[in-house]
Design a binder for this molecule. Sequence first.
Ligand SMILES: [Zn+2]
Length: 245
Amino acid sequence: MRLTDHVTLVASGAAGFDLTDPLDCHVYLVRGGRHSALVDAGAGRSTQDILRAVRAAGAEPGYLLLTHGHADHAGGAAALAEGLPGLRVLAGDAAVPWIATGDERGLSVDRGKAAGVYPDSYTLPPCPRVEAIGDGAEVDLGGGVVLRAVATPGHADGHLCYHLRTPHHRALFSGDCVFTGGRVSLQNLHDCRVPDYAASLTLLATLDVDALFPGHHEVSLARAGRHLAAARDTVARGLLPRSTT
Ligand SMILES: [Zn+2]
């Protein structure tokens, strides 16, 4: 599903548009003048569908930029790395050892199974190829299309958003940090941290964005700063925005 001149949605699950496996987050393909990148990987049960969609778009992604390690976002990283041999898999520092080893406790897959979100048969394949990408690091896709990592802890340790700038457009890939309407994802998990979350939301509202591409639910193609401002304004009053899954 083509969203803008540079962004195509290649996977999306039940908390989205039902393009692929129900467990999948939104997976985005970002195309520049020379290179392309995937943002997030889905849960790992739709990898062949993602590869087909990527090839249909004429792309050979050189980067997989993970927003965080939860299984609906990073479970497909190992299989995508296998299907795309040159792929560099990048994630926030704190999540790298968990993703590299498939640590189901670090990434709270154990809690997801106990809650019935993931079936007992689900396993998170380790992705030893993952590398850390630091706050502020940029991935230049050519033609003035650049993605920049923005450290946004709170939903999970090591969470990153990615700010996209193209010659005529700005967008934010926000993972599970912030959704349309300024909603957030607070979960009863070991590394969900409210003060960090509030600081991340305050930071994101300073960014220049036209579009918001979150990890689930609706996308916003224009005037997306209003969603970021709504979250910031709520935490500025000492409250928490409405939480979603
Ligand atoms: Zn998450």
